[in-house]
Ligand binder design. Structure first.
Ligand code: ATP
Ligand code: MG
Ligand code: MG
Ligand code: MG
Length: 484
C-alpha cells in the first residue's frame, strides 16, 4: 500500500534514529534570537550555533521534521504558490544533521538508501547533481565518485554551479558544496523553456519535469572574512533538507503536491464551500487558499498575528491574498477560518500546538477576514475605476499615491494591489509607494498618522541598533537571511 505523508515523516525520522541520530522537535517558525531572519526557512536554522561551534549539544547527529515558511527575505516563494506544483509558503522540511561527526560518504549512502530502499523510488527516475567548481572553488569530484559508487549511472550525475550547488551560511561562516536528488516526473509536463523554443534544462530547469526532492549540504569550508579564501573545516558537517510535500507527491505517484493526502482534504474543504469540483487546470485559486491556510494556522500557532509590521505584515499579506482568492471563487461569507480548521484537524497529531491554540487561531482568522471584507469591495471598485481610467489615458502604471491609498484606506497590502493589477495587464509604482511610506515615517510622531507608522518606526529602531548591514529590512528583495 502507498505510504501516507505521516508515514513518510515517521519513516524518515525512524530511519535516522536507527542510525544514531537524535530525534529533535521542530523549532518555532519565529527564529529565536535572530532579528535578521524573517521566518525559519530550513531545518538547519535551529542548529546554526551548533554548526559554528558556539553551542554544544549532547549529541552529534540529529534528525527533524522542521516547520518552514518561505514568504519573504532571501527565500521568497510566495509568487510561485498556486502556479508551480512544488512551491509552498509553509512546508515541512525533513532533515538529517551531522555536527562534525559523519561526512559526505555516509550522508550520500543514507540518502540513497532512504529514497531507493525505504521509499522504494525507481532508480531509473532518479538523478543527482554535484558542484561543478564555478568561481574557483574545486569541483566536488569526491561526491561524484561517491554517488557513482552507490550505483548512480555517471551520465545521471550532473555538474551544476554556485546558484544551485554551493551553500553558504552568510558572507562569513561555514559553507560548502551540495548535492541534490531529483526525480523525473515526465517530459510531457509543460516547460517554459520549451514553450519559448529552447530545450528544457533538465535538472537545472525551473520546470517541474525534474523535481528536486532533497538537498544535501556538505559544510566543509569556512570563510573568516567577506570574500576571503576558503579554509577547510577541521570537522566538516552535514545539513540536509527534503520537502515532505514533494517526497509525498513522488511516493504517491502524483505530479502535484496538491494531489497528495497532505492537501487533498484541505482542497476538498475549499471545493465543498465553493460548491464546485477542484480541477488542476482551473484550480489555482483553490490551491492558493489551501496553501495559505496552512501558513496562517502554523504562523498564528507560533505567536505571529496579522499586523502592519514585520512578520505580522507578511502573515496579513498571506491571509488577505487567500481571502481575495476566496472572493474570486465566489465565497461571500467568512470562509477562511473554516479551511484553517480543516488544517488544524489534519495536522494536530504531528503538531499538537495547533490543537492547543485552535480557538485562538480561528478567532484571529475570523477577525482578519471581517476587517478585510469590510473594505474589499470598495478597494476593488477603486482599482476597477483606476484601471478603466488608465485604459482611457493609455497609462500602464498605477501611481504610488493610489497604492498608498489602497493600503491605508482599504487595507490592501502593496503586493496584493500589484498582483491584481498584473492580472489585468497593468503595473503598480511600488518604489513610489515606498517613498510615500518613508515620508510619512519621517514626519515623526507629530506628523499625520500613516497606516504604516508602526512598521516604519520599528524598522528604523532596528536599523539604529543593528546597523544597515545586519538588518536590511523584512521587505527588501536583496535581504540576505540565513537558511540553506
Ligand atoms: P527549488 O529549486 O525547487 O526552489 P530549493 O533549491 O530552493 O528548491 P532548498 O533550499 O535546497 O530548496 O531546500 C531543501 C528542500 O526543501 C528542497 O529540495 C525541497 O524539497 C524543499 N523545498 C524548498 N522550497 C520549498 C517550497 N517553497 N515548498 C515546498 N518545498 C520546498
Ligand atoms: Mg527555491
Ligand atoms: Mg533548487
Ligand atoms: Mg536546493
Amino acid at each position: 500500500s502507498v505510504l501516507s505523508a505521516s508515514q513518510i515523516r515517521e519513516a524518515f525520522l525512524k530511519f535516522f534514529e536507527e542510525r544514531g541520530h537524535r530525534r529533535v522537535a521542530s523549532s518555532s517558525l519565529v527564529p529565536q534570537n535572530d532579528p535578521t531572519l524573517l521566518f525559519t526557512n530550513a531545518g538547519m536554522v535551529q542548529f546554526k550555533d551548533v554548526f559554528t561551534g558556539r553551542e554544544k549539544r549532547d549529541y552529534s547527529r540529529a534528525t527533524t521534521s522542521q516547520k518552514c515558511v518561505r514568504a519573504g527575505g532571501k527565500h521568497n516563494d510566495l509568487d510561485n504558490v498556486g502556479y508551480t506544483a512544488r512551491h509552498h509558503t509553509f512546508f515541512e522540511m525533513l532533515g538529517n544533521f551531522s555536527f562534525g561527526d559523519y561526512f559526505k560518504a555516509d550522508a550520500i549512502a543514507y540518502g540513497w538508501e532512504f529514497v531507493t530502499k525505504t521509499l522504494g523510488l525507481s532508480k531509473e527516475r532518479l538523478a543527482v547533481t554535484v558542484f561543478n567548481g564555478e568561481g574557483g572553488v574545486p569541483w566536488d569530484e569526491e561526491a561524484f565518485e561517491l554517488w557513482a559508487k552507490q550505483g548512480v549511472p555517471r551520465e545521471r550525475i550532473y555538474k551544476l554551479g554556485l546558484k544551485d550547488n554551493f551553500w553558504a551560511m552568510g558572507d562569513t561562516g561555514p559553507c560548502g558544496p551540495c548535492s541534490e536528488i531529483h526525480f523525473h516526473q515526465g517530459d510531457d509536463i509543460p516547460c517554459a523553456e520549451v514553450a519559448a523554443g529552447r530545450p528544457c534544462q533538465g535538472v537545472a530547469c525551473d520546470c517541474d519535469r525534474w523535481l528536486e526532492i532533497w538537498n544535501l549540504v556538505f559544510m566543509q569550508f569556512e570563510r573568516k572574512e567577506k570574500d576571503a579564501p576558503l579554509i577547510p573545516l577541521p570537522k566538516p558537517s552535514i545539513d540536509t533538507g527534503a520537502g515532505l510535500e514533494r517526497i509525498a507527491s513522488v511516493v504517491q505517484g502524483k505530479r502535484s503536491n496538491y494531489d497528495t493526502d497532505l492537501f487533498q482534504s484541505i482542497i476538498s474543504r475549499v471545493s465543498e464551500l465553493v460548491g464546485k469540483p477542484y480541477t488542476q487546470e482551473g484550480g489555482a485559486s483553490m490551491r492558493v487558499v489551501a496553501d495559505h491556510s496552512r501558513a496562517a494556522a502554523f504562523l498564528i500557532a507560533d505567536g505571529v498575528q496579522p499586523s502592519n509590521e514585520g512578520r505580522g505584515y507578511v502573515l496579513r499579506r498571506i491571509m488577505r491574498r487567500a481571502i481575495r482568492h476566496g472572493s474570486l471563487l465566489g465565497l461571500e461569507d467568512l470562509f477562511f477560518f473554516k479551511v484553517v480548521d480543516r488544517v488544524i484537524e489534519l495536522m494536530s497529531d504531528a503538531y499538537p500546538e495547533l490543537r492547543d491554540s485552535r480557538t485562538f487561531i480561528l478567532e484571529v482568522c475570523k477577525h482578519e477576514e471581517e476587517s478585510f471584507r469590510r473594505t474589499l469591495n470598495r478597494g476593488m471598485k477603486l482599482i476597477d475605476e483606476e484601471v478603466a481610467r488608465m485604459k482611457q489615458a493609455g497609462e500602464k502604471v498605477l501611481s504610488g499615491e493610489k497604492v498608498w491609498e489602497l493600503h491605508g484606506t482599504y487595507g490592501f497590502p502593496w503586493d496584493l494591489t500589484e498582483i491584481i493589477l498584473k492580472e489585468r495587464g497593468f503595473e503598480a509604482d511600488i518604489p513610489g509607494y515606498e517613498r510615500l511610506k518613508k515620508e510619512e515615517a519621517e514626519k515623526g510622531p507629530d506628523g499625520p498618522i500613516g497606516p504604516d507608522k508602526t512598521i516604519a518606526t520599528v524598522h528604523l529602531k532596528l536599523l539604529e541598533r543593528l546597523g544597515p548591514t545586519e538588518f536590511l529590512g523584512y521587505e527588501g528583495v536583496g535581504h540576505e537571511g540565513e537558511g540553506s
